[in-house]
Design a protein around this ligand. Structure first.
Ligand code: AMP
Ligand code: MG
Length: 534
């Protein structure tokens, strides 16, 4: 393997290749004042320097992917780059232009209001990776906001995007978390209690941060030429296997976006992730989980749950609705692509791919989570009943599925007393054994069903443990890491990141990080309720 280079090593510039900037139409103005931009895919911007950057966290895994060495110190020259204080020769920073449907309504131009892509870097894998600073200052897309981000939300993005990767969920990645040394004023719950919070910048990494909204903005303004150029760029850069653009290729491309989105959402449902703000500007055309804001992890199993207080009434983006919302978003993308794919039947065929792919993925996932070789219509009642019982029994989703593998499946169900059925699951019960005991008849039926399969117990258990993580970045754990980091202690974050690199492994010395939500966290800000303020 080639040696890791420092971000400031001049030799690295050979691996800079700014395809997006080179190939696509730019906003001719260079001023960063908020304004409507037309007929352009992006605006060139300069990140705004911050007072006193300090490296708080670094992902060695992403560093290795990019061929980048960890900065030599918390204030090294490379940290200045990761803070936006220094732009290296060969970097061409820009903010992308996009629009989006927010909570069901077309919101017009949004764009990278505080994200600045520094460069496309060819990584150790020979592929292009966008390095994007989130919180790097105002751009033409900032509207009335400050272009900055607070430490709590930046840490949450850094932690969760890496955790998702290790869980096997398609996601953007994060290279670094840098404290800016500057305060950022936020009114966390929009209730008139604004206060200064520490600022931070995450360097996010993805092959592309293109969203449905990047295409929608051209569709909304009849910018067909720009729409086509952006689609051609996206296909050539990220879907080269589809070949030279044509109406058929655009249709195949849309179908592929539908499939990838379906797989992504199926994975969210597997691990209990709630995105929180599935607006079309937060949907990646690569099928990656993108824009970590008021996301959350389902602890108490409840399909209606969302951590986002802004959505507390409608629950548009609650856990159980995520597949339907993804499909609704794809429909909006389809509308934007109509000038390129005039045949409605092609778009409808693409959308059907969403349903088909989601059904296949979800079927496989359900079978794996329950340790069944396969599931079919005859299992429907068993599955439906579980869906009804889990909220009634007040169980922790992650612990319940993980511990299901510990049930004594080799004994005949009739011989099993209640205690031996409930014991493995006890740690998952939020309301104690009485509520948990509602599961007993279902557990007996389930074990009867398991015994119909002939798969050896060890293989079945291993398969379940690969589908059911032991460790997820629970909301309260992220909050503990934030509380410590705000006091200058990053050890809580570091330990969590290390454990979450192997979320499917038993790590007995870290058992405390697998525990269900403690009582103190039940109604605490950041642990159960989050806002879009970030
Ligand atoms: P989000 O809800 O974070 O996906 O953001 C929606 C839109 O608001 C995007 O265009 C963001 O770039 C923009 N935005 C969010 N926060 C800020 C901020 N502090 N400064 C400027 N723009 C922002
Ligand atoms: Mg966003």
């Amino acid at each position: 393997m080639a040696p890791l280079l420092d971000l400031c090593d001049p030799a690295l510039a050979e691996r800079f290749d700014n395809r997006f900037v080179r190939e696509l139409p730019a906003d001719p103005l260079r001023r960063d004042v908020p304004r409507p931009v037309r007929n352009a895919c992006y605006s060139r911007v300069e990140p705004a320097p911050v007072a006193a950057p300090r490296l708080l966290a670094w992902s060695d895994a992403v560093g290795a992917l990019l061929g980048l060495a960890r900065p030599a110190s918390a204030t090294a020259a490379s940290v200045e780059v990761l803070a936006g204080n220094r732009v290296l020769p060969g970097m061409q920073p820009y903010a992308a232009r996009y629009g989006g449907h927010q909570f069901g309504n077309w919101a017009g131009q949004l764009g990278d209001g505080r994200a600045t892509t520094l460069v496309e870097l060819i990584g150790a894998d020979g592929r292009h990776h966008e390095l994007q600073l989130k919180g790097a200052g105002r751009t033409p897309y900032s509207r009335h906001a400050d272009g900055r981000a607070v430490l709590r939300s930046s840490l949450r993005e850094f932690l969760c995007s890496e955790a998702m990767h290790h869980l096997g969920v398609p996601t953007t990645r994060a290279l670094s978390l840098v404290a800016t040394g500057e305060p950022v004023e936020r009114d966390m719950f929009y209730d008139g209690n604004a206060k200064d919070e520490p600022g931070a910048i995450v360097c996010r990494v993805a092959p592309s941060f293109l969203r449905f909204g990047n295409f929608q903005i051209h569709g909304a303004h009849d910018e067909t030429e720009e729409l086509q150029r952006l689609a051609d760029h996206a296909i050539a850069a990220h879907f080269p296997q589809l070949g030279a653009p044509s109406p058929e290729v655009y249709a195949q491309w849309f179908a592929e976006i539908c499939r990838r989105t379906a797989r992504m959402v199926a994975e969210w449902m597997r691990v209990g992730f709630v995105h929180g703000v599935m607006n079309t500007d937060n949907m990646s055309i690569l099928g990656l989980t993108i824009d970590y804001g008021p996301y959350g992890w389902l602890e108490r199993y409840d399909p209606d749950w969302t951590p986002n207080t802004t959505d507390a009434q409608m629950r548009r983006y609650c856990f159980g609705r995520q597949p339907a919302i993804a499909q609704w978003n794809l429909l909006r993308l389809a509308e934007a692509l109509l000038p390129l794919i005039p045949n409605h039947a092609d778009l409808e065929a693409g959308l059907r791919e969403f349903g088909r792919t989601f059904a296949i993925a979800s079927n496989r996932i359900t079978a794996d989570k329950l340790g069944l070789v396969a599931i079919d219509e005859s299992d429907e009642a068993l599955l439906d009943d579980l869906e009804t019982l889990l909220p009634q029994a007040a169980v922790d989703m992650t612990l319940f599925y993980r511990r299901l593998a510990d049930l004594p499946a080799d004994q005949a169900a009739d011989d099993l007393d209640d205690e031996s059925l409930l014991a493995p699951l006890r740690c998952a019960f939020y309301e104690g054994d009485d509520a948990g005991a509602r599961l007993l008849p279902w557990l007996r039926r389930y074990l009867d069903r398991v015994r119909l399969d002939t798969e050896p117990a060890a293989a079945r258990r291993a398969r379940m443990n690969r589908a059911n993580p032991k460790y997820v970045p629970r909301n309260y754990l992220a909050q503990l890491a934030i509380d410590a980091a705000e006091l200058g202690d990053t050890t809580v974050l570091e330990r969590l990141m290390k454990v979450l690199e192997h979320p499917y492994d038993e790590q007995p010395e870290h058992e405390d990080l697998a525990a269900r939500q403690p009582e103190w966290a039940r109604n605490k800000a950041g642990c159960s309720a989050l806002s879009c303020s970030s």
